[in-house]
Design a binder for this molecule. Structure first.
Ligand code: PLP
Length: 400
């Protein structure tokens, strides 16, 4: 990330397909800030206190687990097919804190191993690494059972599997429902917790929404992780985790896990900013519990950007292959040669276009000949030019 930041500073006028950020044009900060008052009114009524008291308490330290768990539970039921009670929800400082809490709480001995697909989101592997947790990478989920068996033979204990089943970062792919069922069966039989991260699920451009692993789960194996960073904006730093009602069938174990996560959170961030929670809560109240209307303009733009990108790739980059994601922020292009740090710099210097090597997301080997192209934070009009320049770089490299 530092390397890419430096390259983008060195080439400020480059067209960037590297940034997987949401588009700023849809941040309605003024109007969302106004929703804090709506939330306070709701809160005052609910708690039987005066609006002045509700306002004063908002600026106070708050409950560790958060104060909008009921509103979040309601929203994810409507928008993401997640059925849960508010007690199963914990509000966190972005999804990143939810990940950090889960990794810090679930992994207790040096034998415990985190399973991930490789390449994957580096925020997850980064926090595991920083916490001293061993990571085992799967290049394909078909390897799941064999990898578990090999780890067990080596005296290790696979403790959790991290997945982004819907519009994966970095690949943009979706895990089909049948495969989700298989993963659930395998993990449940080994008591491996699944950390299901779903920041992009609401940005589907076509086709039927998938059922999250959490809602397919009958074993109590899945912890669902979410965020308002992509649906509203990242600066809120409001995310959440949802625990199963009974962890592998044990309701007491789920409550104990909640208590351990809460204890850790109380030492890490004390509580998630109540002011930001009030903003999210106020927007949810004003929107009748669903963010589908709020995200619609962004969803339409990202879909349009994806189409423009696919059209440009088809007209300029015939020597390569790419996937066609049905939602999310990213697609990947497989190239006929390796594309790493040096190529990033050259492509920026020679053609003023920035792309992200897939190998940056890989653990060890993998992704050397692929790049991630993000279409969420680039002007639609720049996409054809950017892809043309990228294609020129590819053709020059092939000719050389
Ligand atoms: C897969 C995935 N999980 C989590 C996050 C981080 O979310 P948050 O901003 O809520 O910490 C991102 C951000 O890019 C992401 O791509």
């Amino acid at each position: 990330m530092n390397f890419l930041n430096e390259v983008s500073i060195d080439y400020p006028s480059a067209i960037s397909f590297a940034s997987g950020r949401p588009a700023e044009a849809f941040f309605q900060l003024e109007s969302w800030l106004g929703r804090i008052d709506d939330f306070l009114e709701h809160r005052a009524k609910k708690d039987g206190v005066s609006p002045a008291t509700a306002r004063a308490l908002l600026a106070q330290y708050g409950r560790t687990g958060g104060m909008i768990v009921d509103l979040v539970a309601d929203q994810i039921r409507r928008d993401e097919r997640i059925r849960c009670r508010p007690e199963q929800v914990m509000i966190t400082a972005g999804c990143q804190e939810a990940l950090a809490l889960c990794i810090g709480t679930l992994f207790r001995t040096p034998r415990d191993v985190l399973l991930v697909r490789s390449p994957t989101y580096i925020g997850a592997t980064g926090i595991a690494d920083a916490s001293g947790v061993e990571i085992a990478a799967l290049s394909d989920l078909a390897e799941l059972e064999d990898t578990i068996a090999a780890l067990e033979r080596a005296g290790k204990r696979p403790r959790a599997l991290y997945l982004i089943p819907e519009f994966d970062n970095p690949t943009g792919t979706v895990i089909p429902e049948g495969e989700r069922e298989r993963i659930l069966r395998v993990c449940a039989s080994k008591r491996i917790v699944i950390l299901e991260d779903n920041p992009y699920g609401m940005f589907r451009f076509e086709g039927e929404p998938s059922r999250p692993l959490f809602s397919l789960d009958t074993h109590g194996a899945v912890i669902y992780l979410g965020t308002y960073s992509k649906t509203l904006c990242p600066a809120l730093r409001v995310g959440f985790l949802v625990l199963p009602p009974a962890l592998f069938g044990d309701a007491r174990a789920a409550r104990e896990l909640h208590a351990r996560l809460s204890e850790r959170k109380s030492f890490v961030t004390v509580n998630t900013s109540q002011i930001m929670q009030a903003l999210v809560g106020g927007v949810l109240l004003a929107e009748g519990g669903t963010l589908s209307r709020v995200i619609e303009p962004a969803r339409l733009l990202y879909g349009k950007n994806r189409d423009v990108m696919l059209g440009s790739l088809a007209s300029c980059l015939s020597e390569s292959r790419w996937n066609v994601p049905s939602g999310g922020f990213f697609l990947t292009v497989d190239l006929p040669f390796a594309f790493g740090r040096r190529e990033v710099e050259r492509c920026a210097a020679e053609e003023e276009v920035l792309v992200m090597p897939l190998s940056f997301f890989a653990l060890g080997e993998g992704g050397e000949r692929s790049v991630r192209l993000a279409f969420s934070n680039v002007a639609t009009a720049d996409i054809p030019r950017g892809i043309e320049r990228f294609a020129r770089f590819v053709q020059k490299r092939l000719a050389a």
